[in-house]
Design a protein around this ligand. Structure first.
Ligand code: SF4
Length: 285
């Protein structure tokens, strides 16, 4: 629960606020960019939500890894908001409940006929266990890279799932028995694609040649309305990250980018291919 006694003075006047425990993960700003803004090393409410925006504020509050978003009046949450299917009939669910251990990275549930896949890990909470079980549980836990492991072991244990991670990042999830080295189809239509760069063992997961889970290797920028990559948060090799994304553009097509950090984008395969080629060119300058 957000703490009124720690309310950041930089919040705009009104009921909604962010407290000073915020770790500046940016998740709320991606979910509700009209309501939350960066202020030095934190997020604050820049505009109070009107009626139709209240849901976005609640979605941000329920995703916030430090539970820093709330209302002075202590309004009751409008029930369970996650898992939240990002498009009707897509089978792709945003899980909210981000973990501080992954610096607030988004995690996803992909509902599949051959067994559901958890992509990266939300924090382990009973608020998600029941709904995920109702959706069919978890057969695989697919980790995009070492930074986003969070509570993956608890999810894998709870649902008796196989955990997958690239060999170069395996030390972050030593219990994982699915160790990736090359491109690999985890199940029909669900492909792991190594994209070294952000970390040595970064992997993207491509589902049905449409949905691309990118971890921290590739994201959408709401500010620039374009694909982006995070040079200041590249822990292994920027040059290799550019090469990995170039290979991705050369060999694969996708129409949606679903990252750990940064904004998500549902678009068009041709558009995203062209944008990715242009991003690689910018990265190599
Ligand atoms: S989601 Fe929470 S921790 Fe992350 S920037 Fe927003 S208020 Fe801060």
């Amino acid at each position: 629960m957000a703490r009124v006694d720690l309310r950041n003075d930089a919040n705009v006047t009104g009921d909604w606020f962010v407290d000073t425990r915020c770790i500046d993960c940016g998740t709320c700003r991606e979910i509700a960019p009209a309501l939350f803004a960066a202020h030095y090393d934190a997020s604050v409410v820049q505009r109070q939500p009107d009626g139709t925006e209240e849901l976005d504020a609640w979605l941000a509050a329920q995703a916030c890894p430090t539970s820093s978003i709330g209302t002075v009046s202590r309004r009751r949450r409008p029930g369970r908001l996650y898992p939240r299917e990002i498009q009707p009939e897509s089978g792709i669910f945003d899980l909210g409940y981000c973990s501080e251990d992954s610096f607030g990275a988004s995690a996803w549930l992909v509902v599949r006929p051959h067994g559901n896949v958890l992509v990266d890990s939300p924090r382990f909470t009973e608020a998600l266990v029941g709904p995920i079980a109702a959706l069919g549980g978890v057969r695989h836990v697919a980790l995009t890279h070492r930074d986003d492991v969070a509570d993956a072991h608890r999810w894998a244990e709870r649902f008796d799932a196989t955990t997958w991670i690239h060999s170069a990042d395996h030390s972050a999830a030593p219990w994982a028995t699915g160790v990736l080295t090359d491109e690999h189809e985890l199940q029909p239509g669900f492909v792991a694609i190594p994209v070294p760069g952000h970390t040595k063992g970064s992997v993207a997961f491509l589902v049905d040649d449409r949905w691309l889970f990118t971890g921290d290797s590739l994201a959408w920028s709401n500010d620039h309305h374009d694909l982006t990559a995070f040079r200041s948060a590249c822990w292994f090799s920027w040059r290799e990250q550019a090469d990995s994304l170039a290979k991705l553009a050369e060999h694969h097509r996708f129409a949606a980018v679903l990252p750990g950090h940064g904004a998500r984008h549902l678009g068009d395969a041709d558009e995203l291919h062209d944008r990715l080629v242009q991003l690689v060119a910018r990265m190599r300058r």
